[in-house]
Design a protein around this ligand. Sequence first.
Ligand code: BEZ
Length: 212
Amino acid sequence: MSLRLGDAAPNFKAVTTEGEIDFYEYLGDNWGILFSHPADYTPVCTTELGKTALLKGEFAKRGVKVLAVSVDPIDSHLGWRNDINETQSCTVDFPIIADDKREVAALYDMIHPNASEKATVRSLFVIGPDKKVKLIITYPASTGRNFFEVLRVVDSLQLTANYSVATPADWKAGEDVIVVPSISTEDAVKKFPKGVKVVKPYLRYTPQPNQN
Ligand code: BEZ
């Protein structure tokens, strides 16, 4: 059965470009992003892994450890990684899993046979420090993901986890956030000293709590 939000992220051991890893040990107490690619030496994947490497500082700022997976063997990954570094002007130093037995792909339901019998689709999972699945997105092979959107969702998830706020449509970092429905307006006023704007009893905004 496929994974759903709130499920425990399955642990695994794997051979990667950074050596053998145990997924949970690699994550430690951090947030994690596990994302799959259809195949090595393909154009869209090359840009995606390059972009992820270039955003290393943004992921680190948020305490997020990234891990890529595709179903090609380790020798292929190592050669392709040189191409990514060369063409995308980056240094890929996060692990790329060599999932040639498709074990991780199966655990995370990354092969969608009606799209491709053999290759993984572009699956992305955000995993919380509690090892629960917080976000699942699935893109087709032909569409590269927007990694600024991935960062934006991580920001939203971390705000919810740390401050009990939600984020409205098209929210960007620094904009007002929404008080979650489970908090009464009376409690919200105490909890959010920057102020609470009540538009409707169920629609209440407050400035982003972790911004000056
Ligand atoms: C790729 O770059 O991974 C790709 C591009 C178009 C179709 C399928 C895969």
